[in-house]
Design a protein around this ligand. Sequence first.
Ligand code: FES
Length: 131
Amino acid sequence: MGGPEMAPHTPQRSGAPGEAGGPLYNRGIGNGFVPVAKTSEVAPGAMKWVVIDRERVVVANVDGVFYALRDSCGHQGAPLSTGTLMGYVIECPLHFACFDARTGELLNGPVSADVPTYQVLVEGDTVYVKR
Ligand code: FES
């Protein structure tokens, strides 16, 4: 069970309109989603940190699907954006805890909390995140 479709939020493929179609205001833009990056700024397999409401958020591109998580490891708060993205796994740069970029779940490593995730929406060439 699971997969992106079953996650608490539904990320969109790069450049694909939301499955509901129609104008953005029908799908959440204006309801807390803020533009954080161009899709071209975060290539597949890459991460980028951004700031939303004074909090660092890491945007990860997992094979063309964008995910957003708090940019703070659940162990001792190291910035996950400076770690390594391998498939859907983000490895913390400090003590190597591994988190599922899709869910924020701790997969292995030091005892740690899961990392909060945020809703992502891609419209055209822009990635939006709702914190
Ligand atoms: S701060 Fe990330 S594993 Fe320790």
